[in-house]
Design a protein around this ligand. Structure first.
Ligand SMILES: [Mn+2]
Length: 346
């Protein structure tokens, strides 16, 4: 039997790849600030760009924009070079490269301390896979069909003739595994899997990635999940829980430790969507998930000024609007057919 050539769901525009490189190569130093509450794709993808630019003789520094570098990401090759905003000195930079950032507002203190940093006076190269990306860069390489920013970076580095070294491959596989939960999300395509296989051929090792991202956890995480699960509530078919600053302090935990919990809740039979509310300042930061094809949580989040992906999104809610927000999300996600979240997850 003849196997037809693999169908790609998306192709990188070579003109975009060349335009991005052209801007990056003008830089004395490229700064790669991550999004807030950084995850594997959010840190590993800029790190891979940093490694690739080093091969091309371009200095680059990856910066964690909210100063919080999760312990679970300390296995990434090159992580020792990552600077934390507000903790480590901010280097002089003349080009910004944002990877995996749908919105400049997601750059946390790096943005709020001085919004002029992102007004375009320093050129921005914008590499992302969020459907809600506002295309705010001088060059935009935005591919919503990609399951992770790492897949786009893999294609970009190939177009730039960067050698796929083991450290680069390990970063990119970590980014893919992070956003696809180990090649398990509906956004995972045959392209995603082929890219992952190519990265393994280049020396990437999935085992430590799976351990770091999905198995190992600090005791504080178990404390946080225990407290969050004991306060699970339902508003219609929306399952949700809230994490207060007090709970985080009691458990000595940081908000990112609860990110897996919202996915856990989203798989609850009878639910149409799941939410975690994190107390932040005078309100709540909300993380939304759904396993249901006919629910678009990105669209719901965008009505509250947020964004993300159809299956995973987030937004901010004022303290006084919490109950109304939950009612509204429950209403917008409720379906007419009987729910069967677990069967949909297969
Ligand atoms: Mn991502």
């Amino acid at each position: 039997m003849t196997v037809s050539s693999p169908a790609r769901t998306w192709l990188l525009d070579p003109a975009d790849a060349a335009a991005a490189l052209q801007v990056l190569q003008t830089a004395k130093t490229v700064l790669l600030p991550t999004h807030q509450n950084v995850d594997a794709d959010g840190l590993a993808s800029p790190l891979a760009v940093q490694h690739g630019l080093a091969q091309l003789g371009v200095a680059a520094v990856t910066l964690v924009s909210d100063g919080q570098l999760p312990n679970s990401l300390r296995f990434l090759p090159g992580v020792e070079s990552v600077r934390r905003y507000g903790v480590d000195p901010l280097p002089d930079y003349d080009v910004l490269c944002l990877v995996d950032c749908s919105d400049r507002k997601r750059l946390d203190s790096f943005s709020t301390d001085d919004p002029s940093r992102l007004d375009g006076s320093v050129p921005i190269v914008n590499i992302d896979h969020h459907v809600t990306n506002a295309r705010f860069g001088q060059v935009n390489v935005v591919v919503p069909e990609a399951a992770s920013a790492a897949e786009i970076v893999a294609e970009l580095l190939g177009a730039w003739k960067v050698e796929l070294t083991t450290p680069i491959a390990q970063c990119l596989l970590a980014g893919i595994y992070g956003d696809t939960l180990g090649l398990r999300t509906p956004a995972t395509t045959s392209c995603t899997m082929r890219t992952a296989a190519d990265l393994v051929d280049a020396g990437a090792n999935p085992a430590p990635i799976v351990d770091a991202l999905f198995r190992l956890k600090p005791k504080s995480t178990v404390c946080l999940w225990q407290r969050a699960l004991s306060h699970v509530q339902w508003t219609g078919t929306l399952i949700w829980t809230a994490l207060t600053q007090e709970t985080l302090a009691d458990c000595q935990a940081v908000p990112s430790e609860a990110e897996g919990l919202v996915n856990f809740l989203a798989g609850t039979e009878g639910s149409r969507a799941a939410a975690i509310l994190y107390e932040e300042g005078s309100g709540w930061r909300v993380s939304l998930r759904s396993l249901h094809e006919d629910v678009d949580v990105a669209a719901i989040a965008s009505t509250f000024g947020g964004g993300g992906h159809p299956r995973a999104a987030g937004c901010q809610v004022e303290a006084g609007q919490k109950d109304e927000f939950l009612r509204k999300v429950a209403e917008l996600t409720a379906g007419s057919s009987p729910s069967g979240a677990a069967s949909d997850a297969g």
